[in-house]
Design a protein around this ligand. Structure first.
Ligand code: NAP
Length: 259
């Protein structure tokens, strides 16, 4: 199943850590040629070494996804290294926690750039690639936070994650002329470097609120991204998939205790 990933050129933004690293390694296991984009060199290097040791093909390119020139350079570099880009996984993102009362206008703009503007820039930069190939795939990493749930300190973050879905709906229509689909994964709480930094109390309280009684693994998200990127998902576009262990289902806190 999903043999269509074999030999494809894939960009994974934020592929050096967490969910992106999981996506990069699952795609590489399926035979894709993976370009990891991130700002920090040491984790990017480590991520591609792990993939190569496991027999996969991967390189990295240092890039700030909120910068248009750097994103264009990433796409050019990927094409020169592996051939035209078949699949874009627009995954890079940050989730600094700050309540509205303490949130500065500058911090608002920063997260809009990193999480939302970057999605637009990466998609825009890949359109000529998809046009050249006559097909393409985009998988966006959104979240449950924003489109479905709220959490104090993440108004700005939630706005970016809901914004990505708003962008996706019209992008799906515009990309159709290039035979390209765009879909979004919406993770619940997934164990990553970024999430771990929120502390053990946060992780424990989240796990207790999830019907499947565990936080997600990066592979849980990567497998959904793999499906959206496959030929088998050719007729699905502009859609979103929640992958949260049932976290958004309970009507009240007590409902989880009834399980
Ligand atoms: P993470 O472990 O902190 O990893 C974030 C990745 O993004 C790193 O590779 C980081 O590398 C890269 N990155 C951050 N800012 C960047 C920028 N300006 N330019 C290029 N790369 C950048 O985070 P994660 O938990 O895997 O989250 C990944 C995505 O999943 C995010 O979009 C997040 O909103 C979403 N998500 C996560 C969870 C969760 O529970 N973990 C839940 C829902 C949604 P550098 O810092 O080196 O650039």
């Amino acid at each position: 199943m999903l043999t269509s990933i074999q030999g494809k050129t894939v960009i994974v933004t934020g592929g050096s850590k967490g969910i992106g690293k999981g996506i990069a390694s699952v795609f590489a296991k399926q035979g894709a040629k993976v370009m990891i984009a991130a700002r920090g060199e040491s984790s990017a290097k480590e991520a591609i070494e792990e993939i190569k040791t496991a027999g996969g093909t991967a390189e990295y390119y240092l890039c700030d996804v909120s910068n248009w020139e750097q994103v264009q350079a990433l796409v050019d570099h990927t094409e020169n290294t592996f051939g035209p880009v078949d699949i874009l996984c627009a995954n890079a993102g940050t989730f600094p926690q700050k309540k509205i009362v303490d949130l500065s206008p500058e911090a608002w703009d920063d997260i809009m750039s990193t999480n939302l503007k970057s999605t637009f820039l990466c998609v825009k930069a890949c359109i000529p690639q998809f046009e050249k190939l006559g097909k393409g795939r985009v998988v966006v990493t959104s979240s449950i936070t924003g489109p479905i749930t709220g959490y104090p300190g993440w108004a700005h973050y939630g706005a970016t994650k809901a914004g990505q879905l708003g962008f996706m709906k019209t992008a799906a229509m515009e990309l159709a002329r290039y035979n390209t689909t765009i879909n979004a994964v919406m993770p619940g709480n997934i164990v990553t470097e970024g999430l771990a930094s929120l502390g053990e109390d946060y992780l424990n309280s989240m796990a207790a609120a999830i019907p499947l009684k565990r936080l997600g693994a990066v592979e849980d998200i990567a497998n959904a991204a793999l499906f959206f990127a496959s030929d088998e998902a050719a007729y699905i576009t502009g859609q979103q998939m929640v992958i949260d262990g049932g976290q958004t289902l309970p009507e009240c806190v007590e409902a989880v205790d009834e399980i």
